[in-house]
Write a protein that binds this ligand. Structure first.
Ligand SMILES: [Zn+2]
Length: 353
């Protein structure tokens, strides 16, 4: 354990930079930590797929390893760099940030700039900037210097560090969804050490491109062809000022993983997850999802002839900001829940309804 009191595997995943479409750093961490417990393969979308055990039926865990970021779209004659968004950002967060640009020769660091408040009129001070009104300043004097360092299409992420807050809570840039990705693979690492072996083959997938429409999970679930699948993603905690519970429900940080219920979820998988949590006294919360969720569960459920799909969430504050906050106890409880679910599956289980 490090001073974060966090598993090194999780810490390295959180430190890796893995914007949508360029997930190589997180993928390398998965291979490093999971390769000793299971075979890890790759596909042409960049997914990492680890297979454990040899049952006739297959359980798939999916956690996406991409994160939101930016992509360089234009460099002007003065060397200022403009960008488009990878995934959904809150534009009020864009300026005044340190960023890391992932170039072919390594990282180039910069800051996002916009006109200082003193140089705005009263109306401008109230406006949220559009993306093209913010730029990246890498400290060069002209366009040629910038183009020697940075290329059109280079991905960018906020340049942040992982910090422990008080108690078991931490802040990081990409708990979404390195936390869920960690859970999906930590289960396999624990099953490999455990005396209990699941009836089902367990396949964990670190999916790519979730943030722009669950694109990695689509071919991965087709290829894995699971009988049962659980997507693990972050879920909005609503336990902070200004969050109306009547609109968003009540989800608390530190109160356990969130088991989703609704049309995107197989009801028997939901019931089994709840039974596993109850029997091991693992804390959990339930959230209602009235539509296809914005997670990999959305696409997995309707793959091929249909997959019995569940969704487990890690409560998260400030999703899609450089300062996401999660509670390590929720992540650990999620791993235990998934392990117990895997061991609960029997060859004659029927998830039709
Ligand atoms: Zn996200």
């Amino acid at each position: 354990m490090n001073h974060f009191e966090m598993d090194e595997f999780l810490l390295e995943l959180l430190r890796s930079r893995s914007p949508t479409g360029t997930e190589r750093e997180a993928a390398d961490i998965v291979e490093k930590y999971v390769g000793t417990s299971a075979d890890v393969s790759r596909d042409v979308l960049g997914n990492r797929i680890a297979s454990f055990g040899d049952g006739d039926r297959t359980l798939m865990f999916a956690g996406h390893m991409d994160e939101i970021g930016f992509i360089v779209s234009y460099i002007d004659d003065d060397g200022f760099i403009f960008f488009e968004q990878l995934g959904g950002h809150d534009n009020i967060m864009l300026s005044g940030r340190r960023v890391a640009i992932m170039t072919k020769n390594g990282y180039v660091y910069g800051v996002t700039g916009k006109r200082a408040v003193h140089l705005m009129d009263a109306k401008e001070r109230k406006e949220v900037p559009e993306t093209h009104q913010v730029w990246i300043d890498i400290g060069v004097s002209n366009g040629d210097e910038a183009k020697a360092l940075v290329s059109i299409g280079d991905p960018v992420v906020y340049d942040t560090v992982v910090r422990k807050l008080s108690s078991t809570r931490c802040t990081a840039r990409a708990f979404d969804d390195r936390a869920g990705c960690y859970c999906a693979f930590e289960v396999i690492r624990r099953l490999a050490k455990s005396e209990s072996k699941p009836d089902f083959r367990v396949v964990s997938v670190a999916t790519t491109q979730e943030e722009i429409g669950t694109r990695g999970a689509w071919p991965a679930s087709y290829a894995v062809n699971p009988d049962v699948a659980i997507a693990i993603d972050v879920d909005h905690a609503t336990d902070f000022p200004s969050c109306d519970k009547r609109k968003f429900g009540s989800i608390k940080l530190g109160a356990g993983p969130v088991i989703s219920r609704g049309p995107n979820i197989n009801p028997k998988v939901f019931d089994r997850l709840v039974a596993c949590a109850d029997s091991l006294k693992i804390p959990y919360q339930v959230s209602a999802e009235s539509r296809p969720t914005g997670t990999d569960a959305r696409i997995i459920q309707t793959t091929r002839g249909g997959v019995a799909t569940g969704l487990v969430g890690i409560p998260l504050r400030y999703m899609h900001t450089p300062g996401e906050v999660a509670d390590l106890n929720d992540i650990e409880a999620c791993v235990r829940l998934l392990e117990s679910f895997a061991l609960s599956l029997k060859n004659n289980d029927d998830f039709t309804f």
